[in-house]
Design a protein around this ligand. Structure first.
Ligand SMILES: [Zn+2]
Length: 143
């Protein structure tokens, strides 16, 4: 299975097997972000209501089907688990999400025996790595 790397801290970017994918539609990208960051299955009705609140349920679900099809085409069909009533992004080993990586790095420091607002010599590299993509995205001249 080709690696799927999702960069959502900063301008969103989706890369499959090292190549960036342009999903074209912002709502398709938003749907992928929501499925990836929430990390749980969602009912089709809930997704349809969340993403197309102004439409009736039948039309909203039709738009949801269209965007799920776009995702399946762009990412390959192995990444989305699409049941009759629920949808989720599969947590396969090839999936890498910067938000999860960021959380993991922060959690590693929180297991240490000091207050969370101070950093020991072991924390500092973790926090530096966690902040790196954010710093380069939002403060490109940050030293
Ligand atoms: Zn520490």
């Amino acid at each position: 299975m080709a690696d799927l790397r999702l960069y959502f801290l900063g301008p969103p970017r989706v890369a499959l097997a090292g190549a960036s994918i342009d999903l074209k539609r912002r709502k398709t990208l938003a749907l992928l972000i929501y499925l990836a960051v929430s990390g749980q299955p969602h009912s089709r009705d809930a997704l349809a209501t969340l993403f197309w609140p102004d439409l009736d349920q039948k039309r909203a679900r039709a738009y949801l089907r269209r965007d799920l099809a776009i995702l399946n085409t762009g990412l390959g069909s192995q990444w989305l688990e699409t049941g009759r009533e629920t949808v989720e992004l599969r947590r396969e080993p090839g999936l890498w999400l910067d938000v999860s990586h960021f959380r993991h790095l922060l959690a590693a420091g929180q297991s240490h025996d000091h207050p969370p607002e101070s950093a020991c010599a072991d924390c500092l590299p973790l926090l530096t790595e966690a902040a790196a993509p954010i710093a380069t995205t939002f403060w490109p001249v940050f030293p």
